[in-house]
Design a protein around this ligand. Structure first.
Ligand code: FUL
Length: 738
């Protein structure tokens, strides 16, 4: 059955693209020589729909549905339709936020695994017709597709094949018909669809329902109704990169053996569990999918480019507890460099919250990210360079590789498989980023290249890499030079280049320490790139070029919010960076030692007024590895106290468990303590999803100067846990005494 499916797909894609002399698929005969296979691979090109898709570079996923309201990642399928009830759904806001961030298409989860349909469907009652939202008259797909049209960006749909609600699921022909009916509605009633995203996930397990999907019939339907739509992941046009971290491969070939198109393979290698309970990567994560070694035994090669899907938050759906864990602008920028910049398309998930809008935390991050993109890439420092290739100056503007026109390109003479391209810059320029683009209309060819800069009268190597493809972005430590050289060392056929750009990123800022709680003073140092001017304020306001200039470490003696900006010598502005410091009259004695891997900000972190969220990547948690927490807060004098609270994290996938039990005691003299509250958390230690536990005691006006919090670490991970026998972590933040 598996073979049969692969063969149909194979014939299907062959007939689709055989019209052009260059095509996006090529057959390999038995016994064909490696040279001939490699030459064939070099002539495989994207189909027109794949090409226009690739050129979008950056698109968005909108995960929205039942899980937004039930606070889950995978619904069970038995949730009532009434849970879907956004209070202020605003498609225009969602589209605007995305468009402002430079996004070219939105893909909505029209139906996730729980089966609830976010459009007015005729084929199930499990849809928003039966939700209270807009009295059942609303249509998320319609509103979003209309808003995209108005904003002139593309629109796509995610339709989960796995359906935990639909009764016919598992009765293969009936469900296939149901699925085609759903597709037909989505592909006929909402205008042009740019991408159809089929998920490989299915968590049915061994004894679950076994649905045999009729993929070919889905594809034929899509091709007939929306010929320009790219079919991704469980589809023939774009492939899953293989992880959900946002990072592409260093060697990323868009031409791969047809076997990667086999849906059974893809499904087996996809997630079998939800994001919170763990992720099982399969073969798609292989470091190399298309090198000579991988293609030498292929029966057919196809253009099958990589798509990098990643969420701006830890989960795919909105959870309030993750508002502090939204990826920072810097992290998003790094993801961009490592996805778009590694021959992939970036699909960034931005999930609306329960109001039905994008949350302010995500908007802020996207704004900073866009600023980094603009401040880096708006100015190609190679624009006026003299281009010299193999000793000859490239004069013809139609072959320019430094302009923005992708279709003007240079190609080496036939039979050449190496090349040396030198850009003479006329003056010394500081740079740390290079963008290269092959002309994929001709094929992806470059297999190895190096970058050099002219320094002290000789060429110095700064990068050594393999593939380029549609786009390769290289990031390296700042270097100043007036000449840069690209050496193509190996190529499948004569190499081409559409673009060679040089850039410098805006300055970064490092503040040390970034948070702090102090009793007398704290010394704060700020660093940025050489020759940058650093401006700051201490009242939390945005600094500008009239603000205080940083010259030496600051001695901070009062609670304050520091905000910093740097301006490079080329006048590039950094993002703002903030830090906050809090003076406390409380003392804290730690009787046990926290791990320096998770200091949470240092010795007074548990009193700094900043609390960690449900995901440990936030910086505020203090971690104790295998040891208990035993801490005494000193209020300085005897005071009436009302509440004592300690917050703990459980995130068992990260080996972080709640303390088994917690005790609060108080004392006036620091010697004689009275136990006033105890908590037993043992019943919660099995809970899979990450959560924060607050142990709170009301003390009703008791008097004390010292408050002692003792929390018993589980010690070692239990036998049922993946890390059994290993040291368990206890994460605390923070201790509140009011
Ligand atoms: C996965 C799904 O299980 C997740 O919930 C999410 O939709 C992601 C994009 O794909 O396979």
């Amino acid at each position: 059955m598996k073979k049969f499916a692969a063969i149909i797909l194979f014939l299907y894609s062959a007939t689709l693209f055989s019209q052009n002399s260059k095509s996006n698929a090529v057959l390999i005969s038995k016994g064909e020589s490696l040279d001939s296979i490699v030459a064939k691979a070099a002539n495989v090109v994207p189909s027109p729909r794949q090409l226009q898709w690739q050129k979008m570079e950056f698109i968005a996923f909108i995960h929205f549905g039942t899980n937004t309201f039930t606070n889950r990642e995978w619904g069970e399928g038995n949730e009532p339709e009434s849970v879907f009830n956004p209070t202020d759904f605003d498609a225009k806001q969602i589209v605007k936020v995305c468009k402002d961030a430079g996004i070219k298409m939105l893909i909505i989860t029209a139906k996730h695994h729980d089966g609830l349909c976010l459009w007015q469907t005729e084929f199930t009652t499990h849809c928003i017709k039966n939700s209270p939202w807009k009295n059942g008259k609303g249509d998320v797909v319609k509103e979003l597709s209309d808003a995209c049209k108005t904003a002139n960006i593309k629109f796509g749909v995610y339709l989960s094949p796995w359906d935990r609600h639909e009764k016919t699921y598992g009765d293969s022909p009936a469900y296939n018909q149901y699925f085609r009916n759903q597709l037909t509605e989505l592909l006929t009633n909402y205008g042009e669809i740019g991408e159809v995203w089929f998920d490989g996930a299915c968590g049915e397990g061994k004894n679950g329902k076994k649905q045999i999907y009729d993929w070919e019939s889905y594809y034929q339907l899509i091709r007939s109704l929306q010929p320009n739509a790219v079919i991704s992941i469980m589809g023939p046009d774009a492939r899953w990169v293989g992880t959900e971290e946002g990072y592409g491969r260093n060697t990323e070939w868009s031409v791969v053996p047809v076997e990667l198109l086999n849906q059974d393979n893809i499904a087996e290698n996809s997630q079998q569990k939800d994001a919170v309970s763990g992720f099982i990567p399969g073969d798609m994560t292989n470091e190399d999918l298309g090198s000579r070694d991988k293609i030498k035994n292929a029966s057919k090669l196809v253009w099958y480019p990589s798509e990098v899907d990643v969420s701006i938050r830890p989960g795919w759906f909105y959870h309030q507890s993750e508002d502090n864990s939204v990826k920072t602008p810097e992290k998003l920028f790094d993801i961009y460099l490592n996805s778009v910049g590694k021959n992939s398309l970036l699909l960034l998930n931005i999930p609306p919250d329960q109001t039905g809008k994008i949350n302010a935390a995500d908007i802020n991050s996207l704004k900073g990210f866009k600023q980094l993109i603009d401040n880096t890439f708006s100015d190609n420092l190679a624009k006026h360079a003299i281009v010299k290739i193999a000793g000859k100056t490239l004069m013809d503007p139609s072959t320019s590789i430094t302009d923005d026109d992708y279709d003007s390109f240079w190609i080496a003479d036939e039979k050449e498989t190496t090349a040396e391209i030198i850009l003479e810059l006329n003056q010394k320029i500081s740079m740390n980023t290079v963008v290269l683009q092959e002309n994929i209309n001709i094929g992806q060819r470059v297999e190895a290249f190096k970058l050099y800069v002219w320094k002290a009268e000789k060429w110095e190597e700064i990068q050594n890499a393999t593939t380029i493809g549609y786009k390769r972005i290289l990031n390296f430590p700042l270097v100043t030079t007036d000449k840069i050289k690209l050496l193509i060392e190996k190529s499948r056929l004569n190499p081409s280049l559409s673009f060679f750009g040089i850039y410098k990123t805006p300055p970064e800022i490092r503040i040390n320490p970034e948070i702090g709680c102090f009793t007398d003073a704290v010394k704060v140092s700020i660093e940025s790139e050489e020759n940058a001017r650093i401006y700051y304020t201490l009242n939390g306001k945005d600094p500008n070029e009239k603000s205080q200039i940083y010259t030496k470490p600051l001695q901070i003696k009062k609670s304050c919010n520091l905000k910093v900006m740097a301006v490079s010598k080329e006048s590039k502005k950094s993002l703002y960076k903030t830090a906050s410091y809090r003076k406390t009259d409380k003392g804290l004695i730690l009787h046990t030692a926290y791990s320096h891997k998770y200091s949470g900000g240092g010795d007074l972190a548990l009193l700094d007024g900043r609390t960690g969220s449900a995901f440990p990547d936030a910086v505020y948690w203090q971690g104790y590895e295998g040891v208990d927490l035993d801490a005494t807060v000193d209020l300085g004098k005897i005071k009436e106290i009302d509440t004592i609270q300690a917050r703990f994290l459980q995130s068992i996938n990260s080996w972080i468990f709640l303390p088994q039990n917690v005790e609060f005691s108080i004392s006036e003299d620091g010697i004689h303590f009275e136990k006033i509250a105890a908590f037993d958390n043992t019943a919660k230690l099995h809970q899979q999803e990450a959560f924060v536990e607050m142990n709170t005691a009301k003390t009703e006006g008791k008097k004390a100067r010292y408050i002692r919090v003792f929390a018993k670490n589980l010690g070692i991970c239990p036998v049922w846990h993946a890390g059994k026998g290993g040291k368990a972590w206890l994460f605390v933040d923070e201790i509140v005494v009011k």
